[in-house]
Design a protein around this ligand. Structure first.
Ligand code: TNX
Length: 500
């Protein structure tokens, strides 16, 4: 696959000989005007408004009937002829994906005011619907403009989900009506590395702006509010919601924290109702991520209110309180027409309160949680830290590299991601896809974040978009050499070392 060098690799590419040549960039006309305008704005951002040719629109888009399969909504077909370009899609999402393939060809094919693209045909559709990136905006608060920059770059790779980690021990970033201290107190921490207070939160208007910007790019924003652990910022704001009553602070340390919401306090569900109202009002996503990871049960084991709750519910142990909380939170979301998604710990200690049928499991500790969930008939998103999905890990196991010291995730591992590996047909059908996770404890600025995301997300996006077993890292590397110029054109940092 020499010349187009599209990432993710399309299902089918056929070269026809000859080239489409034009002085200036062609504009698009026909169906899917909204997608065409975003595409043109993206090109204008890279090359300037003056880069477009004045003549008739040489790109014609049209709508074709969908053919059954779920992937049809994102199917696109491109034909590049000497005298024009044709794009056909069954839906707006497919048209957008097709425009992004063209955006890639233009980003690498336009120089000195001349566009040159080899003639040929591309036919393409995705392997999985969930092709995501998780962005942790708690450990590091990234301004809305950076989130948008990242969304725009992700859209170039057919990424379909931004999983937005909005709360954690180190900061709460979501305004919630009736709970003003979550942002007033919970969004700011003293950072001992920099010896200053750091923080911030997103206004409702900024969140709406980000959601709309993502939607224009056919990316769904799935918000995460991490409960009942990773909640030091909540407890700093509302200490009465903890078992011990404090003192609490918005954490400056990283790692797993023992302070969690008190399972014996009904106030935690009042908080959850208010949080879910806020999320339902701001995010159209059908999924809401409720976290559930790394809950330390120590306080629940000691707290009289939690012990009373255990007795009332007839539970055998404190850890079972988590599955009770999960089922209540999932129920609250169901009332709002949403489904809960949680880290794979939501599978644990579920003897008395089985994981709700509509809950989705995000498998991170390995792919075992995802396999177990699929075997139980639950939907799954795969993001195993052992499988190249952890983008806070170093690119290479080498002391010079940026990132956390305890792990590495290579481009080659990301490319080999195979979310339904080892599953039977019925179980594999429950796998929505996968994602990369950008935890940001060690990444205090957008440029560091970019360096960790690129080009690993390009490989992960290919693993999730492109079907077929031939994942040859050398062949990917040849396309990546061209693709790197596109990332440069978007002003992104990228890691340039060995791929695995
Ligand atoms: C585990 S992955 C966490 C995060 C950390 C990450 C660091 C997950 C659900 N929890 O809180 O940021 O490790 O690699």
């Amino acid at each position: 696959m020499g010349e187009y060098a599209i990432i993710p690799r399309p299902a089918s590419v056929k070269y026809a000989g000859g080239r489409f040549l034009s002085r200036g960039l062609p504009r698009a006309a026909g169906a899917f005007g909204g997608e065409a305008r975003v595409f043109e704005a993206q090109l204008a951002a890279a090359f300037g408004e003056g880069a477009f040719s004045g003549g008739e629109a040489a790109i014609r888009a049209c709508e074709i009937p969908a053919e059954g399969a779920a992937a049809a909504g994102e199917f696109y077909w491109l034909e590049i002829l000497p005298d024009g370009i044709r794009l056909a899609a069954a839906g707006a999402a497919g048209a957008f994906r097709g425009f992004q393939a063209l955006r890639q060809l233009f980003l690498s094919g336009f120089s000195g005011g001349e566009l040159s693209v080899p003639c040929g045909t591309v036919e393409d559709w995705p392997r999985y619907p969930w092709r995501g990136l998780m962005l942790d905006c708690s450990r590091t608060f990234f301004p809305a403009a950076f989130v948008k920059k990242l969304l725009d770059a992700l859209s170039l790779h057919h990424v379909s989900v931004l999983h937005w980690h909005l709360t954690d021990d180190q900061g709460w970033r979501l305004p919630v009506r009736g709970y003003p201290l979550l942002t007033e107190i919970g969004s700011v921490r003293y950072d001992s590395r920099f010896r200053r207070r750091v923080g911030g939160f997103y206004s409702e208007e900024e969140i709406r702006g980000i959601v709309a910007y993502a939607a224009e790019r056919h990316i769904e924003v799935v918000p995460e509010v991490d409960l009942p652990g990773h909640t030091s910022a909540v407890l700093a704001a509302y200490p009465g919601l903890g078992c011990a009553g404090g003192p609490y602070r918005v954490e400056d340390r990283f790692g797993i924290c023992e302070d969690v919401l008190c399972a014996g306090n009904d106030g935690i569900f009042d908080l959850a109702e208010a949080v879910f109202d806020a999320l339902a009002g701001l995010f159209p996503s059908k999924f809401v991520h409720i976290g559930g990871d790394e809950v330390v049960f120590k306080h629940w084991q000691e707290c009289p209110k939690c012990q009373r709750r255990i007795a009332e519910l007839g539970l055998d142990s404190a850890p079972q309180l988590q599955s009770w909380i999960t089922s209540r939170l999932a129920g609250m979301l169901r009332e709002r027409g949403r489904a809960a998604i949680g880290w794979d710990e939501i599978l644990d200690n579920a003897e008395k309160f089985p994981l709700p049928e509509d809950a989705v499991v995000m498998s991170w500790r390995s792919s075992d949680g995802g396999k177990a969930a699929a075997a139980m008939g639950r939907r799954v998103v795969m993001t195993p830290l052992t499988g190249g999905c952890y983008l806070d890990y170093r690119h290479l196991d080498c002391p010079d590299e940026i990132g956390v010291w305890w792990g590495s995730s290579t481009v080659a591992q990301g490319l080999a991601l195979d979310p339904a590996a080892g599953m039977g047909e019925g179980e594999a059908a429950l796998v929505l896809g996968g994602q990369g996770n950008l935890w940001t404890e060690a990444l205090y600025a957008g440029k560091l974040a970019e360096y960790m995301v690129f080009p690993r997300i390009c490989a992960i996006a290919e693993a999730l978009w492109t079907a077929g077993a031939d994942r040859d890292v050398a062949e990917f590397g040849r396309r990546l050499a061209v693709h790197r110029l596109r990332l440069d054109a978007l002003g992104l940092q990228q890691y340039r070392g060995p791929l695995g």
